[in-house]
Design a protein around this ligand. Structure first.
Ligand SMILES: Cc1cc2nc3c(=O)[nH]c(=O)nc-3n(C[C@H](O)[C@H](O)[C@H](O)COP(=O)(O)O)c2cc1C
Length: 189
């Protein structure tokens, strides 16, 4: 299995509207593969404007926010691509789509790295950040995962949040739990 890095991918539409979404970038030698499921805005945007920015963030509220309707994170222009990067990114990579492997479910955009820049130091690992990212993945799959699996995994992840979270991780965790509760209160939504 190739290595995957969880990032916030920014893209723009043909009419220049910024979109951000958590996506796992798949390692492919010197390149990275962006693989958005159909249908998705990221897929539409990459098809229309074949550039992306991979934003490496340690504020996991961005991951949780994108999945809970909070996408208003400040952005600034990138260096070589028309797609903005997140202002709070610790580092970012500018990507140009080289070619696309089409697929009925999940096309793969093979990207060249045009540039990679650091903005702030990495402060070390925090278990609650990992737990929030895992919980965000569960939230992105609420519509098809069994309720029992979601509740069991959240219960396990909660320990890391209780023991190690700072205010940002607590806030992100709260947003995700509220979304899970709302989903089970009204699964059709
Ligand atoms: C850590 C993480 C990694 C994800 N990786 C992917 C991915 O590789 N491909 C994908 O289609 N969705 C992925 N998702 C789910 C998307 O972020 C989510 O469904 C998103 O809304 C994509 O659709 P959009 O482009 O329409 O916003 C991931 C979610 C999380 C939390």
């Amino acid at each position: 299995m190739p290595m995957i890095r969880e990032t916030i991918v920014t893209t723009i539409s043909a009419d220049d509207r910024l979109h951000m979404a958590p996506l796992g970038l798949i390692a492919d030698g010197e390149r990275w593969i962006v693989a958005p499921f159909r249908p998705s805005t990221t897929l539409d945007n990459l098809t229309a404007v074949p550039f992306a920015v991979a934003n490496h963030v340690d504020d996991v509220r961005v991951f949780a926010g994108c999945l809970t309707g909070r996408r208003d994170w400040p952005s600034v222009p990138a260096d070589q691509v028309p797609v903005p990067r997140l202002a709070i990114a610790l580092a970012h990579m500018e990507l140009a789509v080289d070619h696309v492997s089409d697929d009925a479910e999940r096309p793969r955009f093979h990207c060249r790295v045009l540039g990679h820049r650091s903005h702030a130091p990495f402060a070390g690992f925090n278990r609650a950040q990992g737990a929030v990212i895992e919980a965000a993945i569960l939230v992105s799959r609420l519509h098809f995962l069994p309720r029992e699996k979601i509740e069991r995994e959240l219960e396990y992840l909660a320990t890391a949040v209780e023991k190690t979270a700072g205010p940002a991780e607590q806030e992100a965790w709260g947003w995700l739990l509220a979304k899970v509760q709302a989903h089970f209160a009204n699964p059709g939504q």
